[in-house]
Design a protein around this ligand. Structure first.
Ligand code: NAD
Ligand code: UDP
Length: 316
């Protein structure tokens, strides 16, 4: 028998959060979606508002919260470099104070808590592919530090709450994920390239385009979160979740041009500072502990993503 749970999703009106709320509702749970709408939007969860098991709460995770829940997915935090660099001090507060508040809540109500950590904890990695045992190569004072160091400190807090207070924690390190509902102006590479291609504007490749990333489709990612939450108490992570197929950014640009049938040309721009040169997850742990292996190939996942952006551009 499936017992329904009361689940809090912070950052639930964002890209990943909205898909997660949808999935948890579909499984018959009560879902409380918390968001301050910094990068998320009510449009992302508009279709869920009529569901009697869904509750929307405007709240900023940097402030304490008291609510009775069984599980917490802590996703609240801007994810794209443009957004998290807009107000870097706030980004560190969101990651660190947000983690303290949500961990405090989990402790009080004895909830299980999952942290959406990131491959950015590895910085510009000197080990390739990245395993969870790698400690990373992170600039503590650069433009990305508010996010990278904030997320690293959040991991520290999770593991200290686990050791000190016996909290049931789950930490996943998310690698670049894409899909419908990404913010069209958030500056991430997949959304940027698709929007540029659809508008017949130049495709802006930063640097020489030889830097690599490994792109995971949103459905695969959400599956990994749910599986992680369901693991037994001994599994804390960190566990890398991402698609290990690695591509150069130039290849991605060419693929987007091909799939959209665009006449856009590639232009090369300056590489932003501290931009990692390579990124690819070693997902052996995810395979072992979650029995999870991403199924959606980049070419397949880009199609619904392109359709989504076609729709929103045509309704604008
Ligand atoms: P997103 O920007 O679409 O979603 C983040 C959500 O958090 C938004 O709805 C935003 O309004 C909300 N938020 C931000 N600050 C908040 C605050 N102080 N209080 C309450 N809500 C707040 O980004 P996303 O891609 O959905 O990312 C979700 C999580 O996954 C983030 O924690 C991000 O760091 C992590 N992550 C994502 C990726 C990726 O490729 N998408 C990669 C690594 C890690
Ligand atoms: N990038 C690019 N053109 C763009 C946006 C991003 O060439 O219009 C590059 C960026 O420099 C980085 C990669 O694409 O090397 C991934 O960038 P994104 O911001 O999506 O994620 P992250 O750097 O956090 O992995």
């Amino acid at each position: 028998m499936h017992l329904s749970k009361r689940i809090l999703v912070t950052g639930g009106a964002g890209f990943l959060g909205s898909f997660l709320c949808e999935r948890l509702l579909a499984e018959g749970n009560d879902v409380v979606c918390l968001d301050n709408y910094f990068t998320g939007t009510k449009k992302n969860i508009a279709e869920l508002l009529d569901n009697k098991n869904f509750e929307l709460m405007r709240h900023d995770v940097t402030f304490p919260l008291y609510i009775e829940v069984d599980e917490i997915y802590n996703l609240a935090c801007p994810a794209s470099p443009i957004h998290y660099q807009l107000d870097p001090v706030q980004t560190t507060k969101t990651t660190v104070h947000g983690a303290i508040n949500m961990l405090g809540l989990a402790k009080r109500v004895k909830a299980k808590i999952l942290q959406a950590s990131t491959s950015e904890v590895y910085g510009d990695p000197l080990e390739h592919p990245q395993t969870e045992a790698y400690w990373g190569n992170v600039n503590p004072i650069g433009l990305r530090s508010c996010y990278d160091e904030g997320k690293r400190c959040a991991e520290t807090l999770f593991f200290d709450y686990h050791r000190q207070h016996k909290l049931n924690i789950k930490v996943v390190r998310i690698f670049n994920t894409y899909g419908p509902r990404m913010h069209p102006n958030d500056g991430r590479v997949v959304s940027n390239f698709i929007v540029q291609a659809l508008k017949s504007e130049p495709i802006t490749v930063y640097g020489d385009g030889m830097q690599t990333r490994s792109f995971c489709y949103v459905d695969d990612m959400i599956e990994s979160f749910v599986r992680m939450m369901q693991t037994d108490d001994t599994v804390t992570g960190p566990i890398n979740v991402g698609n290990p197929r690695e591509f150069t950014i130039k290849h991605l640009a060419e693929l987007v041009i091909k799939l959209t049938g665009s006449k856009s040309k590639i232009v090369y721009k300056t590489l932003p500072s501290d931009d990692p040169m390579q990124r690819k997850p070693d997902i052996s742990r995810a395979k072992e502990f979650l029995n999870w292996d991403p199924q959606v190939r980049l070419e397949e996942g880009l199609i619904p993503t392109i359709e989504y952006f076609e729709n929103i551009l045509s309704t604008k």
